[in-house]
Design a protein around this ligand. Structure first.
Ligand SMILES: *Cc1c(COP(=O)(O)O)cnc(C)c1O
Length: 371
């Protein structure tokens, strides 16, 4: 068995570049190991207050940040159940944005899609035209589409939705929040969510969401929201700095520790580090093609690429799973292509707590494997 995949004997930090779950630093892992506390007393209140302080900059918000004991998909469903209506418009440019549309359908919504080719992004003008033609109760969008490495221009899409007072914008920021700017308040996002195991570099199991006032009004107007992801319950418990159900305390201890690390780096510093890693990856792809004769290509359009994950198209005779396997044999983990892109692409998750130096070592290793 390859050493990286054995959880008993992990290799030193810096070799695990999956686009989620991402690698978690040993000290962050260790921060989980603390005694339990009751979740209705003063101590949970202190913990939650600290978490709120640390989480607000991640979403650039003054609103409460809900903490859910679920994976991110839980809050995608929560987004629909609290913010949906009969009609939803889903912007689909890959597997995760497709999942958002599926969730809306599974919750009984009537869903139209704006579908763009894999690697592509959504355009404000086209969205404007769709919203002009028909009323939608909500629009779903994935900021950083992890299956293709495309970054949607959220700051251009959001004002288009804002022109329609009865249309809410529901945003999956799972691989953007913590790795690049996500301005919930300034961009007027009605609901924005992420998970712990991507750019925040924590173990999986927590999801975070910020709801606008309009979203909370919509939630109050809807029945059939179920229990677990009812945002009204989150909001009312948040007044006492509590969660509706038993919180995932161990993960919250790790989160508190990680938010302190983020505060030290500064959130802007963290965003800059991600840009540095992404730009290095893209320029490496160019060099491989132009100078080393290996026909690699970044799948996402220039100018609309995610700073946290890059999806790389391989030369015709090179298969994605073979590259992933060759790297694993050398003790490195990258992501295979997602869904229909499995054979033709690979993905590098340059996000979370990775550094440019660690990325450089990975790229050197990849150069060896690909030549
Ligand atoms: C990973 C991911 C999800 C799903 O997250 P889970 O925590 O597995 O539920 C959703 N959206 C995007 C963009 C993702 O990268």
């Amino acid at each position: 068995m390859n050493p990286v995949q054995s959880e008993e004997s992990p290799l030193p930090f810096g070799r695990f570049f999956l686009p989620g779950p991402t690698e978690v630093r040993p000290d962050v892992l260790e921060a989980q190991v603390r005694a339990m506390i009751g979740h209705r007393g003063p101590r949970i209140q202190e913990l939650m207050e600290e978490l709120q302080q640390g989480l607000r900059p991640v979403f650039s918000t003054e609103r409460p940040v809900f903490v859910s004991a679920s994976s991110a998909t839980g809050l995608m469903e929560g987004a629909i159940r609290n913010g949906g209506g009969p009609r939803v418009l889903s912007l689909v440019n890959g597997a995760f944005s497709g999942r958002f549309a599926e969730i809306a359908r599974a919750c009984g919504c009537e869903v139209d899609e704006i579908l763009v080719p894999l690697g592509g992004h959504h355009d404000a003008h086209e969205l404007h035209e769709h919203l002009r033609m028909r009323h939608y109760d909500a629009v779903t969008v994935v900021h950083s589409e992890t299956s293709t490495g495309a970054l949607n221009p959220l700051e251009e899409l959001a004002p288009v939705v804002a022109e329609h007072a009865e249309t809410l914008l529901l945003v999956d920021a799972v691989t953007s929040a913590g790795g690049t700017a996500v301005r919930a308040d300034a961009w007027g996002l009605d609901f924005v969510l992420t998970g712990s195991q991507k750019a925040l570099a924590l173990p999986p199991g927590l999801a975070f969401g910020v709801a606008s006032e309009a979203m909370m009004r919509r939630s109050a107007s809807l029945s059939g929201k179920g229990v677990y992801f009812d945002l009204e319950a989150f909001a009312s418990k948040m007044e006492k700095m509590q969660t509706p159900t038993t919180p995932a305390l161990s993960l919250m201890y790790a989160l508190r520790y990680q938010l302190e690390r983020i505060r030290e780096e500064t959130i802007e510093g963290r965003w800059r580090r991600h840009v540095t890693m992404a730009e290095r990856t893209w320029s490496w792809v160019e060099t491989m093609r132009e100078e080393n004769g290996v026909a690699l290509r970044v799948l996402a359009d220039e100018g609309y690429r995610s700073p946290t994950v890059t999806c790389i198209e391989l030369p015709e005779n090179t298969k994605g799973p073979a590259v992933v396997k060759a790297l694993a044999e050398r003790g490195w983990v990258i992501g295979s292509g997602y869904g229909s892109l499995k054979a033709t692409t690979i993905r590098i998750g340059h996000m979370g707590d990775h550094t440019p130096a660690e990325l450089e070592s990975l790229l050197q290793e990849m150069e060896d494997v690909l030549r």
